[in-house]
Design a protein around this ligand. Structure first.
Ligand SMILES: Cc1cc2nc3c(=O)[nH]c(=O)nc-3n(C[C@H](O)[C@H](O)[C@H](O)COP(=O)(O)O)c2cc1C
Length: 355
């Protein structure tokens, strides 16, 4: 395949992803229904005392949310990224752009990514390339949007299901190690919807990575999307992977000093509160915020993020936490299949309750 054929294939794929996401293809649970926060009926402080802000990558965010990696590279993505970036700037949350490989090969589409930094000059913005990217590719992606950090995505399931996808992965670890050591900004390794196990977290830690986005199952499902693109339904791969809450608990109890982002089917402020209480430092939301943005535009997305902030503040009050740091220390009860999963993995489910 020539480089321009390769890029038009990428272009088609990106359009398909946006379209199929909108058609609502997803098939797994995020497992947060097995996670409970404990209500505290007698708050010792007031709503105004609650502070959702966090410091991240040298900047202050108004709330611990990331509009996670989705788009760039197609004409439609210019408007979408503009709206997402403006909403992120107005609400004080972080944002990641979609995979930038297309713009590394075709500089004429750089603007669809660069617009994000122009619309949000002071915000936290993350670049995004494959975990198979070279140091040079990673550095150019960061430079393209003056990024504060770089996401390296792992999407093995999707690659295997795409007829044009990658089939070689053994070099990823060396690449990740080189990129983590060779870039001037922090690196975050993320899954895109199949979750990170504790084993993988350990390997990544050994590669010098200190920030992970668990990208678990229960939300956007690339196996379902790719099956649909290929005209195959009910694909067994759609249920493959670690649901977000389980992946998060595996990594959070690993004992490694990792900063965790929880992404994957988080579609309500209550699920966000549960993720933070389980040990995430930030919550990533991709599909849900994209849907709001496509349906209701920038104003609708700003209103939705403000609603999430308001509700998260309420949940903090009802748990007796003044801020995100305190929320992480509040008891969390794990029930049902999540409880069984943890036991089978040698993790004490009551460790989240005894705080
Ligand atoms: C339309 C669409 C495109 C995406 N493209 C990328 C991408 O280019 N790079 C990446 O790391 N993740 C990508 N993702 C994955 C998201 O960043 C996120 O990890 C995943 O969708 C799970 O979150 P969600 O359930 O909130 O959507 C994409 C998601 C969507 C919905």
């Amino acid at each position: 395949m020539t480089s321009s054929e390769h890029n038009s294939e990428r272009f088609r794929r990106k359009l398909d992803h946006l379209r199929l996401y909108q058609e609502g293809w997803g098939a797994q649970s995020n497992a947060f229904h097995d996670v409970y926060l404990v209500h505290q009926a007698l708050p010792e402080f007031d709503l105004k005392d609650i502070d959702l802000s966090i410091r991240w990558l040298g900047k202050t965010l108004a709330a611990p949310f990331i509009i996670n990696a989705m788009t760039g590279g197609t004409p439609a993505s210019l408007d979408i990224n503009r709206s997402l970036a403006r909403a992120a700037a107005r609400t004080g949350v972080a944002m990641a752009v979609g995979s930038q490989h297309i713009a590394l090969e075709a500089p004429e589409v750089r603007e669809t990514f660069a617009i994000v930094r122009r619309e949000n000059p002071g915000g936290v913005i993350l670049a995004n390339v494959s975990a198979g990217a070279s140091v040079d590719e990673a550095a150019r992606a960061v430079e393209m949007i003056a990024a504060d950090g770089l996401q390296l995505h792992l999407n093995v399931v999707q690659e295997l299901l795409m007829p044009e996808g990658d089939r070689t992965f053994h070099h990823y670890r060396d690449r990740i190690r080189d990129v983590a050591a060779g870039l001037p900004v922090p690196v975050i390794v993320k899954e895109v919807g199949n979750g990170l196990s504790r084993e993988v977290a350990l390997v990544l830690y050994g590669c010098g990575v200190r920030r992970l986005d668990v990208g678990g199952g229960g939300g956007t499902n690339f196996a379902a999307i790719e099956s649909r693109r290929a005209g195959r339904d009910n694909n067994a791969y759609c249920k493959w992977g670690l649901p977000t809450a389980l992946s998060l608990m595996e990594v959070a109890t690993s004992g490694l000093p990792l900063e965790i982002v929880a992404t994957g089917g988080i579609e309500s402020p209550l699920e966000a509160a549960k993720a933070l209480a389980l040990g995430a430092s930030l919550v990533g939301v991709a599909g849900h915020f994209l849907k709001v943005c496509l349906d209701e535009g920038e104003e609708g997305l700003v209103a939705e993020i403000e609603r999430w902030k308001k509700d998260l503040r309420n949940f903090c009050l009802m748990c007796g936490a003044r801020n995100i740091k305190e929320l992480k220390k509040k008891p969390v009860i794990i029930t049902g299949r999540a409880h069984e999963w943890l036991l089978n993995r040698g993790i004490d489910p009551t460790s989240f309750a005894r705080r």
